[in-house]
Design a protein around this ligand. Structure first.
Ligand code: HEC
Ligand code: HEC
Ligand code: HEC
Ligand code: HEC
Ligand code: HEC
Length: 385
């Protein structure tokens, strides 16, 4: 669908909604000229009668949010394909989501056919009578997490696509420090907020033997669900309510822990900085390990699948073979599990608010695991779990 078509159908949609369901209160508040048109996803099925449009604000906020951004890679990637692959459509289109949960009358489960491209996270994804009946959401680890209402939606799409057990199965029985060309990078996918939030209980991270992991981040009652922090349409986090209990200018400034986790000794900045510090330490150790233990330097390129590439001459530039980047093929089990945890943590920019404890544990354990072969004494780093 071209942008022009969006606008044309959008104007029609707004007229339809305002005429059919427009509430007088919002019409009084809002100058109709200023109303941002909203996109009716071509893929439907969109049932206005399922939604009570009490105000224009929800529509406007949603329209400006990432969920409505039809041009984003997450929605436009399939535009030139026959349709969205069923396994992908569950999270990349409202229609695929409804099919997965059987909200469209189909049998629940991965859709059986490709879903038409062009869908976004439309209104009917979260405003759907059937959501009430969804009592649990299945995570990649096999955990069934009990949900209430709209939470079912967020939990389904922001759970990532892998579990620590995916990595454990891939490396099982292999020598920890021997490169194995059958190993490939395992990508946890993106925007994995719900996976962070569930922590050790959700099992998204690779869990090292003999270690315990914090479970769900209960936090505090007023901020204990996705929508209590994120406005569900704009998706933004309003900082003001946080200030009842926390200090600082932004969420990134918040700190409760009195320990400095990243070895800096600085406990005056937000916990987000400790996480960032340990993340940087870990990716550097991943590179050092690859070079000194396997003798096959590795380079990370965030914008390109599968993210880790060969770098035979160690110049930090991805190696090419006939013009194509060469995926890293020197994985040892130890390297793979550390890189997986690092990528999982990096895939959630809100990790410090979703589950700081679990995030710090995964980083610490991965750093410690690589420290051995790199001859680094953890005590000297001052890094804490
Ligand atoms: C469990 C839900 C889920 C499934 C299943 C899923 N994705 Fe995603 N995917 C997401 C979410 C959420 C994002 C949004 C990340 C962001 O951009 O914030 C995303 C983002 C992406 C992106 C954009 C990455 C970027 O850099 O912006 C691509 C490409 C993608 N997914 C491909 C796929 C493919 C291909 C499949 C099927 C093989 C798939 N996804 C299955 C949830 C899912
Ligand atoms: C990602 C999920 C999601 C999507 C997509 C979504 N909503 Fe909502 N919406 C919610 C949730 C959750 C609430 C309840 C908010 C609350 O209780 O505070 C809500 C509340 C509302 C309300 C009540 C007033 C308000 O703002 O709280 C209206 C009206 C509304 N939505 C309309 C829409 C329309 C129209 C669309 C599409 C343009 C849409 N919503 C898309 C999740 C969503
Ligand atoms: C059908 C799948 C789906 C559902 C349901 C869903 N999301 Fe998303 N969400 C996505 C995708 C895909 C993206 C990335 C979109 C993009 O790149 O434009 C995203 C992006 C986001 C973002 C990132 C915004 C930004 O500025 O980058 C937040 C925050 C978010 N979602 C929160 C939520 C919350 C809270 C809920 C539940 C009320 C929810 N999502 C429900 C698929 C979903
Ligand atoms: C305690 C409040 C809180 C809760 C609960 C919470 N979030 Fe967040 N979330 C944040 C903060 C803070 C950020 C960082 C973004 C920022 O600084 O504005 C964030 C970031 C995100 C992002 C990344 C946005 C981006 O810019 O790429 C996504 C996606 C997201 N949250 C989804 C969710 C989902 C889904 C849930 C429920 C499982 C959830 N969040 C629960 C506070 C929260
Ligand atoms: C009712 C009080 C309360 C509110 C409101 C609240 N928090 Fe918290 N927050 C806490 C408590 C208590 C902890 C410590 C929890 C723990 O460690 O188990 C905490 C911990 C945190 C941490 C981790 C700090 C660290 O050093 O580990 C972050 C980040 C955070 N909150 C972010 C937020 C954000 C963002 C908001 C607003 C969207 C928010 N909080 C609102 C009470 C609150």
């Amino acid at each position: 669908m071209t942008n022009k078509n969006i606008l044309v159908s959008a104007v029609g949609a707004v007229c339809l909604l305002i005429l059919a369901f427009g509430s007088t209160s919002s019409a009084q508040e809002t100058n109709n000229d200023a109303v941002v048109p909203f996109v009716l996803p071509e893929s439907g099925p969109f049932k206005p009668e399922d939604i009570r449009i009490d105000n224009q604000k929800a529509i406007t906020d949603w329209y400006r949010s990432a969920h409505a951004d039809q041009a984003a890679e997450a929605f436009s990637r399939w535009d030139s394909d026959e349709g969205i692959r069923p396994a992908c459509a569950v999270c990349h289109s409202g229609e695929g989501f409804r099919s997965y949960h059987g909200l469209d009358g189909s049998e629940p489960g991965i859709p059986t056919e490709p879903i038409p491209a062009g869908g976004v996270v439309d209104c009917g994804t979260c405003h759907n009578e059937g959501l009430r009946d969804i009592k649990e959401v299945l995570f990649p680890s096999g955990v069934h997490y009990p949900v209430v209402g709209a939470e079912a939606a967020c939990m389904t799409c922001h759970q990532g696509r892998t579990a620590g057990t995916t990595v454990a199965a891939a490396i099982e029985g292999k020598d920890l420090d021997t490169a194995d060309s059958s190993l490939r990078f395992i990508n946890p996918h993106y925007a994995t907020a719900a996976a962070s939030w569930l922590g050790g209980y959700g099992g998204a991270g690779y869990h090292y033997e003999g270690r315990e992991y914090s479970g769900l981040f209960w936090h505090a009652r007023p901020v204990s669900s996705c929508n209590s922090c994120h406005e569900p349409h704009s998706l933004e986090v309003d900082f003001e309510p946080c200030q009842t209990c926390h200090q600082g200018e932004t969420p990134q400034d918040i700190r409760v822990s009195r320990l400095s986790h990243d070895g800096s000794g600085n406990a005056a900045v937000g916990i987000a900085y400790d996480i960032r510090g340990n993340s940087e330490t870990l990716i550097q150790m991943i590179k050092d390990y690859a070079e000194s233990v396997t003798g096959q330097p590795i380079v990370y390129e965030g914008g390109q699948h599968p993210y880790f590439f060969n770098d035979a001459n160690g110049d930090s530039v991805v190696d090419l073979a006939e013009g194509s980047p060469v995926a890293y093929d020197g994985w040892t089990p130890r390297l793979l599990r550390a890189a997986y945890n690092w990528k999982l943590v990096s895939s959630d920019p809100g990790n410090f608010a979703h589950n700081p404890d679990y995030t710090l544990e995964l980083l610490y354990d991965s750093i410690e695991d690589l420290a051995g072969p790199l001859d680094i004494d953890m005590k000297e780093t001052d890094i804490l779990r």
